[in-house]
Design a binder for this molecule. Structure first.
Ligand SMILES: [Zn+2]
Length: 162
């Protein structure tokens, strides 16, 4: 019996030019300045971060910018056990869906400093930024999140995160 194929390396390159819209431009400018900025739906009042041009639930355009905190709650998470090309994180690692305080949606970020057997829903975390002189117009300014020394958030505070 032959060995199972667990992966292949296929060199593929794509080059594209991304043109952000108004909402994304505001978000990226805030990230460059070290700020979290969401956008509120005028209909359902949900705050999206990262923001989009409009609410996917209501179909209306966002109008209001909302400053957000650097802290949040793990709404759910994934333990990653399979590596992929160019990944520099040791296995296994955790990708957390973080609902930042003041936002109603989650953002996928790497969780560091917490074992895969310790991570849990409701865990309070803080975003860690890359060095300021490296900040760009990108969510990649956030290196990862780390656990805060706080009690877990109640389920009610993150169960409706989308
Ligand atoms: Zn809405």
């Amino acid at each position: 019996m032959s060995e199972p194929i667990t992966g292949i390396t296929t060199p593929i390159r794509m080059e594209y030019r991304y043109t952000p819209g108004t909402a994304t431009s505001l978000f990226l400018r805030a990230m460059k300045e070290g700020r979290f900025e969401g956008r509120r739906c005028p209909s359902c009042q949900k705050v999206y971060f990262p923001p989009r041009g409009g609410c996917s639930m209501c179909g209306v355009e966002f109008a209001e910018s909302v400053p957000l905190k650097n802290t949040g709650t793990i709404a759910t998470y994934t333990v990653v056990n399979v590596n992929f090309a160019n990944r520099t994180v040791d296995l296994p690692y955790v990708v957390a869906e973080v609902k930042f305080d003041g936002a109603d949606v989650t953002t996928s970020l790497l969780l560091k400093g917490v074992g895969v057997d310790e991570v849990r829903q409701g865990m309070r975390v803080e975003a860690k930024w890359i060095p300021e002189d490296e900040w760009d117009f990108s969510l990649a300014n956030i290196s990862h999140v780390e656990a805060l020394d706080e009690p877990d958030a109640p389920l009610e505070s993150y169960k409706d995160a989308i």
